[in-house]
Write a protein that binds this ligand. Structure first.
Ligand code: NAD
Length: 340
């Protein structure tokens, strides 16, 4: 079976998800939708994706720009088995009405509240929860990063509690209207929304998060303090647990990766079609273990970490793979994600 996938909202996440869907042997892009003509709309057409006009957009504006459109979103939904909603935060809630009317399954993103879908999702943590579902929400970039790491440490040692300080990027590289460009801004809501969001995947986890926004576009960084249920031997053992898991990249000290600029330079150097880092990034020398107490840093590429998760969500919803490992293996191979 080849699942026909539509992408509604073709920005940072939507365009990456469309490109990832196009690489899957069991999925096909049947359309992408944008609200107005732009360079991204032109690239979508060049890539061969049928372009549709999203809610609030005007067909004639696309015509005036010389961009051929295949119709509007309701027409896109007619030829789709599932729609990936990648519209801005909270807009998915309005779009959900269109999907329900068209009786099309939907994958939402982390900018929506959890109750928009039947389950929240991270492939390495709760793949089977999405099996056969009509609506799934892939959690946000930071929540995905924490959920992936919890899944690994829980498997190896059990997790008693998790504290994370999230150092957040101010904007994505393609944006020019967000900030700050000067200063470090504490998020005064304590705990930050990420902790409760992780509990949509791990309902019983004792997790606390606190966040601060800094003037960078290059990734988020998490400072994690974890209380394990069973002691770890040492930091190299913990590093190996992450290294052997899917979607983790562990840098060694001799690689001289001082921080996120070098991580993204590595992403550019390794030669993928897009210089993305879909893995959780750890530093082997940025891990400290003292029995049941573990500290480690991880960096999260906000623009791309959720992309493989969207692919696995679709595979789970349509039962295209027997389990998480089988689905993630296909996704990782096609997207060029290798174990470190
Ligand atoms: P974005 O602003 O880059 O892209 C959104 C796109 O949707 C834009 O092209 C916009 O024109 C279009 N759009 C606006 N109204 C629409 C509508 N009614 N219907 C369809 N499309 C519409 O946003 P993004 O960063 O890609 O975020 C999309 C979702 O992914 C949000 O829920 C966000 O929280 C989540 N997310 C974002 C990031 C990130 O760091 N950028 C990371 C993980 C998850």
């Amino acid at each position: 079976m080849v699942v026909r996938v539509a992408v509604n909202g073709y920005g940072t996440i939507g365009k990456r998800v469309a490109d990832a869907v196009a690489k899957q042997p069991d999925m096909k892009v049947v359309g992408v939708a944008k609200t107005r003509p732009s360079f991204e709309a032109r690239v979508a057409i060049q890539r061969g994706y049928p372009l549709f006009v999203a809610a609030g957009g005007k067909v004639e504006e696309f015509g005036a720009a010389g961009l051929p459109v295949a119709g509007t979103v309701p027409e896109m939904l007619e030829v789709a088995d599932v729609v990936v909603d990648a519209a801005p935060d909270k807009v998915g809630r309005e779009n959900a009405l269109l999907y329900e009317a068209a009786k099309v399954r939907a994958v939402f993103q982390g900018g929506e509240k959890a109750d928009i879908a039947e389950t929240s999702f991270t492939a390495g943590a709760n793949y089977s929860a999405a099996k056969g579902k009509r609506s799934v929400r892939v959690v946000s970039c930071n929540t995905t990063g924490i959920a992936r790491a919890v899944a690994v440490l829980d498997r190896h040692y059990g997790v008693e509690s998790w504290d994370a300080t999230i150092v957040r990027r101010a904007a994505d590289p393609g944006e020019s209207k967000k900030g700050p460009i000067n200063g470090i801004l504490p998020t005064f809501k304590i705990p930050s929304h990420h902790g409760p969001d992780v509990r949509t995947i791990f309902p019983h986890l004792n997790v606390q998060t606190i966040a601060v926004v800094v003037p960078t576009t290059l990734m988020h960084v998490h400072v994690n303090r974890v209380r394990l249920a069973r002691p770890a031997q040492d930091a190299p053992e913990l590093a190996q647990a992450f290294r052997s898991a899917r979607r983790f990249h562990v840098f060694e000290e001799w690689e001289h990766v001082d921080g996120t600029p070098q991580v993204m330079e590595f992403a550019r150097d390794r030669g993928a079609a897009r210089p993305d880092m879909m893995e959780n990034v750890l530093w082997a020398h940025g891990i400290r273990v003292d029995g049941r107490e573990a500290h480690f840093f991880q960096a999260i590429h906000q623009e791309s970490i959720v992309v493989p998760e969207n692919i696995d969500a679709i595979r789970a919803m349509f039962d295209l793979a027997p389990d998480a490992e089988a689905s993630m293996a296909i996704t990782d191979r096609t997207l060029g994600i290798s174990r470190s």
